[in-house]
Design a protein around this ligand. Structure first.
Ligand code: BEZ
Length: 255
């Protein structure tokens, strides 16, 4: 299984609903209008596609995780969802807009992904996306890496499943595939993780393979030490706040 396939769609909906909640700002930027054909890349369990359809959009949500798509269809049986990886998109000039929230940092072949999304758009179509940028969750990852190292386990950048580019890196790729970039922003977006166990739930959700490869006692010590060492910086008003940094881009297909 790759990337997000292993995610528990139920756990995701229960503890990580902030992912689609933050996405509503991005929907405002997309400014969807009735009758537009819109592709949601990385639709998860379908909440933002449901919002888009409220605007009268003719939408299709795709996600490479089968469990997410099954859950999306269960929640919104009248909407269209397909299991499809962004790298396998095979649409030619079909969409007025391609929209993607909190997904593209999972794609370690960003240029190919941009080419596929570009090809999916009609000429004049728009691309609106938000995802993790350079420095995203750096405090958490550095502490996690340190604790694993102390236990004799190494967490290399290559072993992490994410791509967190700078604006310069990403917009250069966008231009290389033909997009006219109209807006690019890199900003801090501290993100509340629900409950006293929010940080360890986040690590369980997003690093399950690595955590489960550790012996139980090591996993317990790593999680406890990460919490203890980050508590002073990331635990505020009785809640964990992850150091998210986002990149938001808008662009037009102009040829
Ligand atoms: C993010 O949305 O920034 C993110 C989610 C999971 C792991 C890493 C980053």
């Amino acid at each position: 299984m790759t990337r997000r396939n292993q995610w528990d769609a139920h756990l995701y909906d229960q503890h990580h609903s902030f992912v689609s909640e933050y996405g509503h700002d991005l929907v405002k930027l997309l400014n969807p209008t009735s009758g537009e054909r819109i592709l949601d890349v990385g639709c998860g369990t379908g909440d933002l596609m449901n919002t888009l359809v409220d605007f009268g959009v003719d939408g299709l949500g795709v996600d490479q995780s089968e469990t997410m798509v099954v859950k999306a269809k269960e929640k919104y049986p009248e909407l269209s969802f397909e299991v499809k990886d962004v790298l396998e998109l095979d649409f030619q000039g079909e969409f007025d807009a391609v929209f993607s929230n909190a997904t593209l940092h999972w794609v370690k072949e960003p240029k190919l992904a941009l080419e596929k999304m570009y090809e999916s758009l009609k000429v004049g179509g728009r691309f609106v996306a938000e995802f993790g940028g350079a420095g995203n969750v750096e405090l958490i990852l550095n502490e996690f890496r340190k604790q694993c190292q102390q236990e004799g386990y190494s967490v290399t950048n290559e072993s992490l499943p994410w791509y967190f580019p700078t604006i310069g890196q990403y917009t250069s790729l966008m231009e290389a595939v033909g997009f006219q970039v109209t807006c690019a922003v890199h900003f801090n977006r501290p993100t509340v993780l629900d409950g006293e166990d929010g940080l360890r739930n986040w690590l369980h959700m997003f690093m399950p393979n690595f955590l489960h490869s550790l012996p139980d006692d090591v996993e317990m010590r790593v999680l406890t030490n990460v919490e203890n060492n980050l508590r002073q910086i990331l635990y505020k008003d009785k809640q964990w706040e992850a150091d998210y940094k986002r990149i938001r881009v808008m662009a037009i297909k102009h040829e």
